[in-house]
Structures are given as structure tokens and as C-alpha cells.
Design a protein around this ligand. Structure first.
Ligand code: ATP
Length: 787
């Protein structure tokens, strides 16, 4: 008997990932079923079935549960009698294939209407600005100074060390970060009193915050000071200006170089690729196959390519090679990232091609040259990289590449300097000149005016000359909007860490370029959004994620070899989020903490750095240092606690277990600087920092998940905090957050948690995580660590 499929219209939960949704769309299309997606970013849900069919909404009953490909196949089989297992097993869809089309609305159902995007984003940016202002105002006015400090938006009793820096012995937990606009006030004065000075945070260390100010006040800095975080208006203003430019990018007189990218990225045109991928010789000979595929894709794209880089897979390595190759074929490149540190990292690695200049030049002749390049190949022995941005915010190692440093070296700049010298001597002459000699004075003043005009002209010419001659301009996404780049255009814009940047902030850079390469991982943390309402309406949905959803493997190549983690640490992340596609490079696949112990026992300097007592620095051989360790607090009575003012949570018993494990690692010879403690809750970060022994305070890093994104440690300890009768796990359920936390570990990952609360919470994703640790790691009860 032939089974008839049930007439059902099925809605799946938001945990179905973008790849799975793309396959479901394709399966539905080929089976003649109706299909569509609603919601933005992490709220996106897919529906499939018969338009008039019985509504079966699994989005709440399965919410928070990660659905494997097999789970989805079973659902499709159950409701529609469709066997989609082949489609899910298939390698990525061929690049020549068209993106999946939705039946009624065409592939535009995945696309976004430009006008709607601009109008909604304006509204959401305004909501975000209000949320930031509200947070700053609450901290400054409605809470006691101590509470504001506990919230992390105020720092009290700081001592001004000099006019360039503000320091304290060890800063409490706070939320200050580079680019924040801050106010300095006397600690004892009223919270809303006048500020001594306003400035911008440009460096954040464990013990000091460095604030750049235009004019240091003559007095007032000698007393204890408080630092308040203010709303960052500049960013919002620039984002709105970018949206206006985007609105007019494809029409009329303001046609922008990136107009064609707008058409493709808003689904009006399909992405194009050259028929024959260009031949290229790598500058970096250790690139793996997946990196080579991603680079080939980027060099073949006429519009856009995505480099999807899961943790530790050498995304920046691939990006750097793409830029070298682009320069070699004569392209002018705009290289960006959201943060200063990521841009500096790129610049440092890009500039290192200097030693390979001969190779670069010879390869250049093999690659078809771009029409509008800044001269083909690499000349002058190095890639001419110009880093925009205030030198005070740059890492010392890239200062030589800053716009200012380039300008100082230019001919026009020395002419400008000559003008300055002359101005100085004329001014001295003027001072000495008899006040009655009016005609002579007038003549000198005229000369001075001419000279200042000439000096300004020379300075402007020097900047223009450096910008014109640059093969790569490197800048933060915000820095691109500076007038220095007005009317500049580029062959290609490369954005690293694109999955951490707001879409609106990417457009400032993209509008200046004809092609784009975006590198990132939408399965790690998205940009931070303060307004929950704006986040719920999709402000945090990045362009990277949107393009992954819209075009999938048509424009994207995933890097699959990772160079950080022991394969046991990697495998959980690979299976849970990357369809099991990751492999560990042989150099890391089986490394563990025993290797570190060996280094410590033979290296005097490591011993010194670790601050370990000599008696324990060389460990006994029989200590076991498992790659995965589950420290279970179930049954230990370690209940979570809500912080007194605020909504964060902490768990004192668990924190003790974490510190006991740190101690045992150190006793086994692992230096504190190789250990990192991560917890999703700010209150737990604060508690752990209080418990951290003074002698290792500057070495043992303790931070939220956000603070560790993009970083790594040999041993990571994750404190999950949640332990309650209601079996609530809160935002532990955020798959991307847990993915980042686990994948920071190179040789050991320890999970400290109440397995009872987590496994009975009904969250399948977290249950599988605990099961994985139980199956593949060692298990101890926290009671064995804490008496
Ligand atoms: N093909 C390769 N062969 C050997 N080592 C590599 C290769 N590619 C990357 N690595 C190494 O892997 C590490 C991570 O590389 P990279 O910084 O490029 O990664 P990333 O993906 O940008 O990292 P993250 O995800 O942490 O931002 C570096 O130490 C790098 O030298």
C-alpha cells in the first residue's frame, strides 16, 4: 500500500542552523512543498509543508535543542515521508549551482529588501543608543558609586600616574574597553558633577586603563579619581551616516564603487565567479587544502566570497594570503576588522611579507593584473601597508606602518617641516621687531600667512600621496569613515572577524570596493548588543551570517583543519556545530599537558614566569593530566546565588572547586599563565578574581566568554555556575557561547558544573556536552577537590 504523506505545515525551532535550513529549502523545493523562513539572526525559523496543512509547531517544544542532521531527517521522514539523508550527507552544493529558491517568493524570501533593512536598522541603532545611554545614566546617577563600580561602568579611587595614564594596583571587574568615551571626576564629588576631563580609553590592562585626552587639566588629577563610562555617540552618528550612503549607493549621482555589492548582498543579483579560477602560487607554503580552496574561491569571486573559519583553523592566515595574492595581481586592498587589535594583528602579519619580496614579485607576473591596481606586484621590497587610526591606539609593533609614520617619511612632509621652521624664525623676528615699524610688521605677517597656507598644503599633499601609493589600507570599520578616505576606492575590501561586526558598520567599508571577502565564524559569539529588544529584532544578525544563509556554499568555503586543540577537545565542537568536518592538525591532535610539564621542568624561564615555589615546579611523573575533565558539583550543595544588585549569578562552592583545580594544575607543574578560567556570568568572574591568590593575580586570567573570544590557553577551566532546583540553565544554552568557551583550550578542558541541573534541564545540546565529557574524559566529584 502506498503511504500518503500527512498534510502538515511544520515549523522547526531556531536551533536548526543555516546549513540545515539551506538543505531543507532545497529538499522542499525539489519535493514541491511550500517552504519559508521567518525571523532574523538567531531567531530565524524555517517552515516546510503544505500551505493549508495542519500546523505543527515544534519551535517551542524543541527550542534550545540542537537538532542533528539525523534528527531532521527523522522529522522529514515522519511528517512528509521524504528521505533526505542523501542531501544531508552530500558535500556542499556545487558552486555552480543556483541558490535554493523559495516557491512563491523566489530566492528573495532569503534576501532582504534594502529600504526595509535601512529603515529597521536605523530604528534598532537608535534603540541600542538609548540602551547605552540608559546604562551609563543608571550607573552614574541611580546607583551608589560602589554599585556602579560593581556593575563595571565606573571605577573608583584611581590614581593618576601621569598625564598619559590612570592606574590602580589591580582593577576590579569592569566593562571598559578601547574606544569608550569616559569622564574623569573626583571620587569624592557628586556623580553628576562636572568632569575634570573627558577622554577615550585606548588600552585596557589588568592593572591599568590608559585614557587619551586632548587637554589634560592643570589641576585636580592628584586626588583619588572616578572614571565613568559615557555613551559612545560618535559610533551611532557614523552608523547612521553609513546607512544614508547605503540608501543612495545604487542610484543617481552618488553611485558608489560598492553599488554592485549592494545588489548581490541584498539578493537582487546573483554572485558571479570567473569561469577559470586564476592560477596562484602561495607565499605561505604551509597552507592546508581547505585554506587553499578558500583562497582560490576569494580570488575567483567577482563579487563576494566568505571564508568560514571555525576555531583555530587559520582564518587570519588565509586572509593574509588572500591580501598578498591580491597585491601581487595589482589590486588595491582595503583591509578591515571591527577591533583595533584585529587590524593590528593583520597589519603585523601582512608586513612580514617583506622578506619574501622577491618571491612576491616573481609570482606577480603569473597572475592576471587588475585594471585599477596601485601598480602591479610588490615594489620597494615590502607590501605598502598603511594603517589608519590614532597612533596612541595602535600596537607599538605596527606604528611604523601608521599613516603618520608614512607621512613623516614623505618628501612633502619634509617640505612642510621646512615651512614650519621658517614660520618659527619669522615669528621670533616679529616678536623682536619695533611695534612702530608697521609696514615691516605687515609684510612679515603676510609672509607668515603664506607659509602656513603652504605648510597645510604640503601636509595635505603628503597624506594624499601616502594614501595613493598604498597597496593595502588597513583600518577599523569605524576608521574607514574618516574623511582621509573620502573619494578613495578599492578593488577589494577584506573584512576579518566579520561575524563580530554589525552589518551596518561593514557597509562603510564595502561601499568603497568592487569586490569583498568576509572572514569569520557565525557559530562563535556575535557582536555585543546592549538592547535586548534590538537584539530580538535582529540587530546582532551579521552580514556574514546573512550571506551564509542566503548563498551558503555558493560563496563560502569552510576551513577544516584546526591548529589549536587536542582532537578530543575539538571533536565535541566539530560534531555539535560543524557537521563533524573539523580535523586536528597532527602537530596538535594528541598534545596534552604532559608536554607543558616537560617544558616547565626543563626551562628555567618558564619556572620563573609561573612564580611557582621551586619545590613543586618539577612535578612527579605519575600525575595524570587528562585532556577532558568533568568536575561534578552535583550533590555537593553548591547552590547558585543571584548577585545582590543586578541580575548576574555566582556560585561560591563551585568557585572554590575551580581555584582548587587551578592549584592542583600548578602543583603538577603547569604555570598559571598557561591556565585560563572562563565563566559566562560576570558575578562569578568577580568572585573568582577575589579568590585568586595575589601572587598569581597577573598571570592567571579569569574572564567572561566574550573576553576570551579569539584567544587560547593551554588549559581552560569553565565554571558553569548554574545549580538550582528549577533546573534552569539560562544563557548557558547559547550554543555559540559554549562553543567559544570550550574551543579556547589547547591541551586540557575542564568543565566544572552541576551535572544534575544541566542534564535534567531538557536542553539536549548541553546534555550532549556533559555526556561527551563523561564518555571521553575523566570524571571527579568536586568534593574530591574541596573539603
Ligand atoms: N596551514 C597552517 N599550517 C600550520 N599552522 C597554521 C596553518 N594555518 C594556521 N596555522 C597556525 O594556527 C594558529 C591560528 O591561526 P590564525 O591566527 O590564522 O587563526 P584564526 O582562525 O584567525 O584564529 P581565531 O579563530 O582564534 O581568530 C596560528 O598559530 C597559525 O600559525
Amino acid at each position: 500500500m502506498k503511504m500518503m504523506p500527512q498534510a502538515v505545515h511544520l515549523t522547526l525551532p531556531t536551533s536548526v542552523n543555516s546549513r540545515q535550513r539551506a538543505i531543507i529549502h532545497a529538499v522542499a523545493e525539489s519535493s514541491g512543498l511550500h517552504h519559508g523562513s521567518t525571523g532574523d539572526g538567531s531567531e530565524r525559523k524555517i517552515s516546510i509543508g503544505y500551505q493549508e496543512g495542519e500546523k505543527v509547531d515544534l519551535s517551542s517544544s524543541l527550542e534550545g535543542q540542537a537538532l542533528s542532521d539525523d534528527d531532521i531527517c527523522s522529522l522529514l521522514l515522519k511528517y512528509f515521508k521524504i528521505d533526505a539523508s542523501k542531501e544531508f550527507k552530500k558535500e556542499d552544493v556545487k558552486r555552480t549551482a543556483k541558490p535554493a529558491k523559495a516557491s512563491s517568493t523566489g530566492f528573495g524570501s532569503q534576501a532582504l529588501d534594502l529600504d526595509k533593512f535601512i529603515a529597521t536598522t536605523r530604528e534598532l541603532i537608535e534603540m541600542e543608543r538609548e540602551a547605552e545611554v540608559q546604562q551609563a545614566t543608571e550607573a552614574a546617577h541611580m546607583r551608589s558609586a560602589e554599585t556602579a563600580q560593581a556593575r563595571g561602568t565606573t571605577l573608583l579611587n584611581l590614581r593618576c600616574e601621569d598625564v598619559e595614564g590612570v592606574t590602580a594596583p589591580l582593577l576590579p571587574q569592569h566593562k571598559f574597553s578601547p574606544h569608550d568615551i569616559v569622564a574623569l571626576r573626583p571620587s569624592k564629588g557628586p556623580a553628576d558633577g562636572p568632569a575634570l576631563v573627558q577622554g577615550v580609553v585606548y588600552r585596557v590592562k589588568e592593572t591599568a586603563l590608559v585614557v587619551a585626552v586632548d587637554d589634560a587639566p592643570d589641576e585636580g588629577l592628584e586626588q583619588p579619581l572616578r572614571l565613568d563610562k559615557l555613551a559612545n555617540e560618535v559610533t551611532y552618528k557614523r552608523l547612521k551616516e553609513t546607512l544614508s550612503a547605503l540608501a543612495s549607493s545604487t542610484t543617481g549621482s552618488s553611485l558608489q564603487p560598492g553599488g554592485s555589492l549592494v545588489e548581490v548582498m541584498f539578493g537582487r543579483k546573483e554572485p558571479r565567479f570567473v569561469d577559470t579560477p586564476p592560477a596562484w602560487q602561495p607565499f605561505n607554503h604551509s597552507l592546508d587544502d581547505s585554506q587553499r580552496r578558500a583562497i582560490s574561491l576569494a580570488l575567483s569571486a567577482k563579487d563576494v566570497a566568505l571564508v568560514h573559519g571555525p576555531p583555530g583553523t587559520g582564518k587570519t592566515t588565509a586572509v593574509v594570503e588572500i591580501i598578498w595574492q591580491e597585491v601581487a595581481r595589482g589590486s588595491r586592498v582595503l583591509a578591515c576588522a571591527a577591533s583595533n587589535i584585529a587590524v593590528d594583528n593583520l597589519v603585523e602579519r601582512l608586513a612580514s611579507v617583506g622578506g619574501k619580496a622577491a618571491t612576491v614579485a616573481s609570482v606577480a607576473s603569473n597572475i592576471p593584473s587588475n585594471s585599477s591596481g596601485a601598480g602591479s606586484g610588490v615594489t620597494g621590497g615590502t607590501v605598502r601597508v598603511v594603517r589608519l587610526g590614532h597612533p596612541a591606539r595602535l600596537l607599538p609593533q605596527v606604528l611604523d606602518n601608521s599613516l603618520e609614520a608614512h607621512v613623516l617619511r614623505s618628501d612633502n612632509s619634509s617640505l612642510a617641516k621646512d615651512c614650519r621652521k621658517e614660520i618659527k624664525s619669522l615669528n621670533q623676528k616679529l616678536k623682536k621687531l619695533d611695534p612702530w615699524k608697521k609696514a615691516e610688521r605687515r609684510q612679515l605677517r603676510d609672509e607668515l600667512r603664506q607659509l602656513s597656507k603652504e605648510e597645510r598644503k604640503r601636509q595635505g599633499a603628503a597624506v594624499a600621496e601616502v594614501i595613493r601609493g598604498a597597496q593595502v589600507i588597513a583600518s577599523t570599520l569605524t576608521g574607514v569613515l574618516h574623511h582621509t578616505l573620502d573619494s578613495c576606492d578599492f578593488d577589494v575590501c577584506v573584512i576579518d572577524e566579520a561575524a563580530q561586526a554589525l552589518e551596518a558598520s561593514c557597509w562603510g567599508a564595502l561601499l568603497k570596493a568592487r569586490r569583498a571577502v568576509l572572514a569569520g565564524d557565525h557559530l562563535q559569539l556575535p557582536p555585543t548588543i546592549l538592547s535586548e529588544a534590538a537584539a530580538a529584532r535582529g540587530l546582532g544578525r551579521t552580514l556574514f551570517e546573512r550571506l551564509q544563509d542566503m548563498y551558503g556554499s555558493l560563496v563560502s568555503e569552510m576551513l577544516t583543519v584546526q591548529y589549536r586543540m587536542n582532537s578530543n577537545i575539538m571533536q565535541w565542537s566539530s560534531d555539535a556545530l560543524y557537521q563533524g568536518k573539523l580535523t586536528a592538525h597532527e602537530s596538535v591532535a594528541s598534545h596534552d599537558l604532559h608536554g607543558i610539564r616537560a617544558e616547565v621542568s626543563t626551562s628555567g624561564s618558564a619556572k620563573k614566569k609561573s612564580n611557582l615555589p621551586a619545590a613543586v615546579a618539577v612535578p612527579s611523573a605519575e600525575v595524570t593530566l587528562p585532556v577532558l575533565l568533568l568536575v561534578d558539583t552535583a550533590g555537593c550543595g553548591f547552590e547558585e546565588r543571584q548577585e545582590e544588585e543586578g541580575d548576574s549569578k555566582c556560585n561560591e562552592g563551585e568557585a572554590k572547586a575551580v581555584m582548587a583545580h587551578v592549584e592542583s594544575l600548578m602543583k603538577a607543574g603547569i604555570p598559571a599563565f598557561s591556565i585560563g578560567v572562563i565563566t559566562p556570568y560576570n558575578a562569578q568572574v568577580a568572585l573568582l578574581k577575589e579568590m585568586r591568590p595575589e601572587k598569581i593575580a597577573s598571570q592567571l586570567e579569569i574572564s567572561s566568554v566574550d573576553g576570551f573570544q579569539g584567544r587560547e590557553k593551554e588549559a581552560i577551566i569553565i565554571s558553569m555556575v548554574r545549580s538550582n532546583d528549577k533546573r534552569e540553565v539560562g544563557f548557558l544554552a547559547d550554543q555559540r557561547r559554549m562553543n567559544v568557551a570550550i574551543t579556547r583550550a589547547r591541551r586540557q578542558c575542564t568543565l566544572v558544573c552541576d551535572s544534575e541541573t544541566i542534564t535534567s534541564s531538557g536542553n539536549v545540546f548541553l546534555k550532549r556536552l556533559i555526556d561527551y565529557f563523561e564518555q571521553h574524559g575523566e570524571y571527579i566529584s568536586a568534593s574530591e577537590l574541596v573539603s
